[in-house]
Design a protein around this ligand. Sequence first.
Ligand code: CAO
Length: 429
Amino acid sequence: MTEIKQVLMPDIGDSKDVPIIDIMVKAGDAVKAEQSLLTLETDKATMDVPAPFDGVVKNVSVKVGDKISEGALILLMETSTAETSAVISPTTTPAPAKEATNPIAATPVTAPAATPIVAPTGFQSSPTGKAHASPSIRHFARELGIDLTRVKGSGEKGRITKNDVQSFVKAGLAQPQDGSGGGGLQISAMPVVDFSRFGAIETKPLSRIKKLSGANLHRNWVSIPHITQHDEADITEMEVFRKELGEEYSKQGIKITPLAFLLKAVVTAMQQYPNFNSSLDASGENLVLKKYFHIGVAVDTPDGLMVPVLRDVDQKGMAQLAKELGEISTKAREKKLPATAMQGGCFTISSLGGIGGTAFTPIINAPEVAILGVSRASIKPVFKEGEFVPRLMLPLSLSYDHRVIDGAEAVHFTSYLGKVLSDVRRLVL
Ligand code: CAO
């Protein structure tokens, strides 16, 4: 059996004529007990008035801007008798424990004269903060992960309504999600800190390169779902061979570092796993697979990081690559590289092996889909054929775009790379 009941304004202490600043329900809405019905604003705080029981709103008797006091009719609710019979008595019978925390009184329409007041302990109130919003709206925003200071309020005195939050979310979702930008990310601003409060400081402008690369790195970091796969390659034999080659080529002024081998090995792995030589197109729905193999190499310069590109690595020999590597890194450090030398890369290698480290998480150089970080090789005991033997192990850190590459494929890639580097004869296959 159903019954129409009144929901009346409860006792809210000394406050009278309290303005309604938001109404969260309308006729026809099914509401649950404790769900916020409307928000009031006193001089000191905003507070939500929750529903006393489950039901369906039949008619809302107030509107935003109305000023109400204790006992005023807020709305009528249809409710099942069984469900609410214990909620309130039309007489002065105390409410059961569950409803005792509910500030809202309800009486059957047939007995409106009853005094159904319960103590207002269930009010959720909060001081009026920077973002002008009621507790229910703050709760709603929190659930959605929205920073309310970024939402413009359209309500009275700039108050943020539920509609405002919903519009904010919709606007965010409507922004392009094609990987070309960080659309839709709701990131709160960094705090502005006056460091001089804590000690002596000096302020230096960032270099032009750092500003440019910083913006790209930030975009790539936040807009590409990165995973980094770590692995090790046994380069014991490769090093022996490299040293032999090194002696031979040093007479021609060419320095053969492990990077030349890595360039060739990476290309071999990309040929085996073509997804690593791809980019997402502008729509984000197609993969563009490349048939050329241009590899970028991160070069540390006094002004910041630069990534010149070595062309057609698949068609060049190790000595040629080592020579070009020397040339482009020198030019990069002398700021003599044209912008075109930094374009067209398919994959990047970032080698910190000459400096140190055991592993790191390189940031993908979009629109590429993967980058290989290389740390310093070291001799480690490796268990082989029943005994530990000293082997020179090279740490590899492969970051990949998880939209394009799956974890299993990434491990196949690094394992394959390891296999090639541990037996460089495979490079000629
Ligand atoms: N393990 C052990 N030794 C290594 C090594 C490794 N993984 N990689 C290089 N080395 C050795 C080289 O063999 C060389 O030794 P010798 O001088 O005894 O012959 C020495 O380290 C220095 O090598 P290098 O750095 O001059 O040459 P490279 O080909 O390895 O690297 C370049 C060239 C341009 C990539 C490098 O100089 C550079 O700038 N690296 C920094 C890249 C960077 O900053 N990446 C970070 C990006 S994320 O912020």
